[in-house]
Design a protein around this ligand. Structure first.
Ligand code: ZN
Ligand code: ZN
Length: 171
């Protein structure tokens, strides 16, 4: 997967598409034209595509049609939906084995296990700060192994404790 790091402006992507993208300070290639649910959309070769899927296919490899059951899809590990940069820290393809150990967070965003070094609140996944949990996805009848940030978990249960306590005292 060493050819997985295309450069900004790569000529395999037509110039009129590059015109709609800028490189942000964080290294994202941000799509500035039309979006749907936050993801870039683009008409190309007669069909409408998600911009990040199109860039991935032009620069890296062909993709099968998106099928939630196969679970193989591109993930935005940078958490920036309009980003179209194929890169292990930006738009990254979950392979089958990644997929077995995939993390789903309640907002509906999926993350490849192992792809991220920090939780969505910026806490590092160190050995002490990481709990391995299993989540059941009833809809697709699958189990996912995911990493839970202990700092977030602790602050959530503290929040719950104080909320609960305040309610009890309020009665
Ligand atoms: Zn990005
Ligand atoms: Zn955290």
């Amino acid at each position: 997967m060493n050819d997985y790091l295309p450069k900004f402006g790569d000529t395999r992507v037509p110039l009129n598409l590059w015109d709609k993208v800028y490189e942000s300070d964080s290294g994202c290639w941000v799509w500035t034209a039309a979006t749907t649910k936050g993801y870039g959309t683009v008409r190309f070769a007669g069909t409408t595509n998600r911009a990040h899927r199109l860039f991935y296919q032009l620069l890296v490899e062909p993709l099968p049609k998106y099928d939630p059951k196969s679970g193989i899809e591109l993930d935005h590990l940078c958490n920036n939906k309009p980003c179209v940069r194929p890169h292990p820290k930006h738009v990254h393809r979950c392979t089958q084995e990644f997929n077995l150990a995939r993390r789903t967070i309640p907002s509906g965003k999926d993350h490849c296990y192992g792809g991220r070094t920090h939780c969505s609140n910026g806490h590092e996944y160190t050995a002490e700060n990481t709990a391995i949990r299993i989540m059941k996805d009833r809809k697709y009848n699958k189990e996912y192994v995911y990493r839970q940030c202990r700092t977030c978990e602790r602050s959530k249960s503290l929040e719950w404790y104080y909320k609960n306590k305040a309610q009890k005292e309020g009665n």
